[in-house]
Ligand binder design. Structure first.
Ligand SMILES: [Zn+2]
Length: 393
């Protein structure tokens, strides 16, 4: 079966396999740990659960593993506590393997690879729905100093397991596909192992996995996979593991219009990661054209959460004109940041609303200022619900 045919099979079976009761709000310590314990209980000898450390506040860091193959793969997610999409995808993926444990593809895959998964690197951050750990440190800038117990535990796991492949799983902010007005659904990067951003054989292997993920997601992501900015960050885990010989791919979950809980992005992760694992197991990832990685459009900055078109803007001097307003929802959606005012026809909105002829005074609006969402909506007579919680980093 080709990787594309395999991906199609996964896509078809996903809706009946996914853990429907889970959602981003449940990606916290207790629910995730319960889920892992449930998987191990149902899976018997299929999975092994171990504790690789504790967080600053004493929460256990869990790692679940499967497979007996030669090729070793380490995946980790939610190193940033407020980035839960891949955690859900990894739990779905484990459930999928469990449900299909008698299928030939599961047997073959688990004979070819050994997989270790740390699905919640930052449980304290998840508890507070914040990026950083409980001590206020960004764990993904701690790969060098290893000051945080969470980062230290991940580093120790990687040193002990010596994986050939690594998957570093995050959520990204709102980006466009290049200069288009379409949101990026997912961004990929094989991070550079050194400041000169050279391509070592380790990095090249990661690029091939990225090329494979990009290629097989084409029918599902519809041209919305992008490349994450290639800026060398020596304190990050991707760069550090890449330098130490683990071919590491960064996957940043993005956005899809009308999908605030990121269900579609979660599905893209499952299809992409499971197909990549299966291809690593049988070596077929090596056949992927690197062009599928190099040709990816870059992450762009042409997007806002809400684009309000046709606002009549009034100045006390008497000047008035029709303008667009670009708005970003803040963490709790009851406040918004006014990102830009003026001609925003080159921008796209995750959501767009046309309020032609409705007026607002300049006194109410200031670029880069945060204001209550309800105040803006009332002023412009916009009556629409907005999600109570954002799961955006
Ligand atoms: Zn992140």
């Amino acid at each position: 079966m080709t990787p594309s045919a395999f991906a199609a099979m996964i896509a078809e079976r996903y809706p009946s396999s996914r853990l429907d009761h889970l959602h981003p709000g449940l990606c916290q310590y207790e629910p995730v740990r319960n889920e892992l314990q449930g998987l191990v209980m149902r899976g018997g000898s299929l999975f092994t659960l171990e504790t690789i450390g504790t967080s600053v506040e004493g929460r256990l860091l869990s790692m679940i593993s499967m497979g007996t193959g030669m090729r070793r793969v380490l995946l980790w997610s939610q190193m940033h506590g407020d980035e839960p999409t891949a955690t859900l995808a990894l739990l779905d993926l484990l459930q999928m393997v469990l449900l299909h444990r008698d299928d030939e593809w599961v047997h073959t895959m688990l004979r070819g690879i050994s997989v270790w998964i740390v699905p919640l690197v930052n449980p304290d951050g998840a508890e507070y729905r914040q990026r950083r750990n409980s001590a206020g440190i960004d764990i993904n800038r701690d790969a060098h100093a290893l000051a945080t117990p969470e980062g230290k535990a991940l580093h120790a796991a990687c040193s002990r397991l010596r994986p050939e492949f690594g998957f570093n799983l995050h959520d990204q902010g709102l980006n466009s596909v290049g200069e288009s007005q379409i949101p990026s659904a997912m961004a990929l990067l094989a991070p550079a192992p050194s400041a000169d951003r050279g391509t070592t054989s380790t990095r090249l292997r990661a690029m091939r996995v990225g090329a494979l993920v990009s290629r097989i997601l084409e029918p599902y992501a519809k041209g919305r996979v992008t490349r994450y900015e290639d800026a060398y960050e020596p304190r990050a885990y991707g760069e550090t593991f890449q330098a130490s010989g683990t071919s590491t791919l960064l996957i940043e979950s993005g956005h899809w219009p009308g999908d605030p809980l990121k269900n579609h992005i979660r599905e893209l992760n499952v299809i992409g990661i499971l197909t990549a694992l299966r291809s690593i197991a049988n070596g077929s990832h090596e056949d992927t054209e690197l062009d599928y990685y190099h040709r990816l459009p870059l992450n762009g900055k042409q997007m806002v959460d809400l684009l309000i078109r046709g606002v009549q803007l009034r100045h006390p001097s008497g000047w008035e004109h029709a303008v667009d307003i670009g708005v970003m929802f803040q963490k709790s959606h009851d406040t918004v940041l006014i990102k830009d005012i003026g001609d925003l026809h080159t921008f796209g909105g995750l959501e767009t609303v046309d309020v032609t002829d409705r007026a607002i005074t300049t006194a109410l609006l200031r670029v880069d200022a945060v204001m209550p969402t309800q105040q803006l909506f009332d002023a412009l007579q916009i009556y629409r619900p907005y999600p109570a919680i954002s799961f955006r980093p």
